[in-house]
Write a protein that binds this ligand. Structure first.
Ligand SMILES: Cc1ncc(COP(=O)(O)O)c(C=O)c1O
Length: 411
């Protein structure tokens, strides 16, 4: 019996149940992944005990020599991985990273221009119910109504009209290449700062599988737990001239003591991402996403933008007379987790939606390739088409369980 089991059998049981769920289900949530055992060990280490307000060498607490080394390693590896001048690895999450940039660069009431949540952006890019939409004057850009792709001419037009102080490039549900160079051109033209939020595509960028915003953006924010496959957390990278302001915005600006256990785990994540096999992993993520999108199309589904260049895509379910929420529920029943997702200009409410977002980082971590990716699409189709047939749903569940068993998370 381990210590957790003795101290708190309820939480122990919940964790064991969650472990089983993760092993049993096929995870197509584009923002999730399975961190390595090494990352889990660092996250669960004694570093969680340490207070270290401040930065390496300049702490407000004694006894920081070892955590200083951990943070310094994380910073150096992050800088090497993305070829940047400055990295702050303390943001507790992607949202905190975005808040840190806005706190450093803006005054309340300044105008920000970001992608609307309903068209694929993120809450922190200026949604009215988020701090970013409450404290700042938010203007939102959408996608082109016909192609559903970013429309740089339109973004330029909006920027010229609203004269934002900050433009945000980046998305949670956009399957195409983001042209950071074009965003930088627009930002320069209207004298705005540019924030590239690479939370979703950080792994692809680190592996040179998506054009980098480095050299184009003033600030780059990210999460570490999506394609990057690290612990839950955030980070900010920036130009030299912003380094001090960014560090001050994170601490003492918006955060207190950093999570040193998570920072150590971020260091491990960056080390893993610097290995040659990380590039192969990212390549396979894209191959799997492309083949799945093609298979959906072959089965008569509409894919927003007609395909994907990255790790995710959105299935428009309207031709199948099913909404996103129902699809999410049916698929969970057979052991597949997906996120329901708005399609651009969605006629349905955000709680219901007309689509589902499919992502391949997690199945690719399990070693699944094109063959398995295609099989999963066929099983999704079977479940959605026959969702009131319990016999079919049972047979799909068995196939999913078998597939998951063949590709365990931690071998
Ligand atoms: C583009 C983008 N930015 C920021 C975030 C926020 O990250 P977190 O959930 O760690 O706060 C997300 C998370 O989904 C995201 O997709």
């Amino acid at each position: 019996m381990n210590q957790l089991q003795k101290t708190d059998p309820e939480i122990y049981t919940i964790i064991e149940q969650e472990k089983k769920r993760q092993q049993k289900q096929i995870n197509l949530i584009a923002s999730e992944n399975y961190a390595s055992k090494a990352i889990l060990e660092a996250t669960g280490s004694v570093l969680t005990n340490k207070y270290a307000e401040g930065y390496p060498g300049k702490r407000y607490y004694a006894g920081c020599e070892h955590v200083d080394s951990a943070e310094q390693l994380a910073i150096e590896r992050c800088k090497k991985l993305f070829s940047v001048h400055h990295a702050n690895v303390q943001p507790h999450s992607g949202s905190q990273a975005n808040m840190g940039v806005m706190f450093a660069a803006l005054k309340p009431g300044d105008t920000i221009l970001g992608m609307s949540l309903a068209e694929g952006g993120h809450l922190t890019h200026g949604h009215p119910i988020n701090f970013s939409g409450v404290f700042y004057n938010n203007v939102q850009y959408k996608v082109h109504p016909e192609t559903n792709m970013l429309d740089y001419d339109e973004i330029e037009k909006i920027a010229l009209e609203c004269k934002p102080k900050l433009i945000i490039a980046g998305a949670s549900a956009y399957s195409r290449i983001i042209d950071f160079e074009k965003f930088a051109y627009i930002a320069k033209k209207v004298k705005a700062l540019l924030l590239a939020d690479i939370a979703h595509i950080a792994g692809l960028i680190a592996a040179n599988m998506h054009p980098t915003p480095v050299g184009h953006a003033d600030f780059i924010t990210s999460t570490t737990h999506k394609t990057l496959r690290g612990p839950r957390g955030g980070l900010i990278m920036c130009r030299k001239e912003w380094a001090e302001k960014i560090d001050k915005a994170i601490m003492p600006g918006i955060q207190g003591g950093p999570f040193m256990n998570v920072i150590a785990a971020k260091a491990v994540c960056f080390k893993e991402a610097l290995q040659p096999n990380f590039k192969e992993y990212q390549q396979q993520i894209i191959k799997n996403a492309k083949v799945m999108a093609q298979e959906f199309i072959a089965l008569g589904y509409d894919i927003v933008t007609g395909g994907t260049d990255n790790h995710l895509f959105i299935v428009d379910l309207r031709t199948k007379n099913i909404n996103g929420r129902l699809a999410e529920q049916i698929l969970e029943k057979v052991g597949i987790t997906v996120s329901r997702s708005c399609i651009p200009f969605d006629p349905q409410k955000p709680w219901i939606t007309s689509g589902i977002r499919i992502g391949t980082p997690a199945i690719t971590t399990r070693g699944m390739q094109e063959e398995q990716a295609k099989e999963i699409v066929r099983l999704i189709d079977e479940a959605l088409q026959s969702h009131d047939n319990e016999k079919t749903l049972h047979s799909v569940t068995l196939k999913i369980t078998k597939l998951a068993k063949k590709h365990p998370i931690y071998c």
